[in-house]
Design a protein around this ligand. Structure first.
Ligand code: GLP
Length: 248
């Protein structure tokens, strides 16, 4: 695993954007696996900036997002579809019909998951997967469990995830309790993976996930088995990481 330590969030975002931009330049019709959460917001801002400067062209890019809350639609401000439209898709020249997010309004969860796995399969998998990291080690919404879930599935969100997400909703009752998420198999089959972490709050889980044992109790730990992972973090998030580090 390659680990870049950057001095602050701005530099983290620039580094992550560099890697994504390189992918888009090398393979203009690539498939990007995209993530939500607060961490990649700066990365998307940086990509938008480069697009506006004429350095990036998303017209042939396809994107497949990791996850979506179950029960809220694209027009809900906290849906991940809304997040992606407002932080990236509406601001660059990607064709919206080439962007995929699980359908949170599909009540038939088997259908929602089957359809999404078919979308991933039909695209030939993911060239570059962007990941954030949950405080309990979740990636996408793959929560700690007894086994690694392979395909897209419907998850009951853990208490810690629900309370971490509560900051985005008006009341606790409104926080979704379930989500559809891409499975560990699709994430692990991505050709390249970039994990973005920021802030002191992530330092313990970074250590556990990347230096601890590989276990479905810490879903991100499975990334230790992937041949091409880059971890990008600020000094605070990497302060407990004692492996070898490239300084930005
Ligand atoms: C949510 C998302 C994850 C994300 C995580 C961390 O649970 N489903 O994909 O990585 O939040 O969010 P943040 O970056 O805000 O810490």
């Amino acid at each position: 695993m390659k680990v870049y330590q950057e001095k602050d969030y701005e530099q983290v975002s620039r580094r992550a954007a560099n890697i994504i931009a390189a992918q888009v330049i090398i393979k203009p019709d690539c498939v990007l696996g995209l993530a939500t959460g607060s961490t990649p917001v700066g990365t998307y801002e940086e990509l938008v900036r480069r697009y506006q400067e004429g350095d990036l062209d998303f017209s042939a890019v396809h994107s497949i997002n990791l996850d979506e809350y179950r029960g809220i639609g694209a027009d809900h401000e906290q849906s991940y579809r809304y997040f992606m439209n407002s932080h990236l898709f509406d601001a660059v020249n990607i064709d919206k019909k080439n962007t995929f997010v699980p359908d949170g309004m599909e009540q038939d969860s088997e259908k929602a998951c089957r359809d999404y796995d078919e979308i991933i399969r039909a695209h030939g998998g993911i060239d570059l997967q962007i990941l954030g990291l949950g405080h309990n080690g979740h990636i996408g919404f793959n929560e700690p469990d007894d086994t690694f879930a392979k395909g897209t599935h419907c998850v009951k969100l853990s208490e810690s995830t629900i309370s971490a997400n509560a900051r985005f909703f008006a009341s606790m009752d409104e926080v979704p309790k379930e989500a559809y998420t891409m499975g560990i198999r699709s994430i692990m089959q991505a050709k390249k993976i970039v994990v973005i972490v920021n802030g002191e709050g992530k330092k313990d889980i970074v250590k556990e996930a990347f230096l601890g044992p590989v276990t479905p109790r810490v879903p991100a730990s499975v990334l230790q088995l992937h041949p091409d992972v880059t971890l990008v973090g600020d000094e605070a998030a990497l302060s407990e990481y004692q492996g070898s580090i490239l300084k930005g």
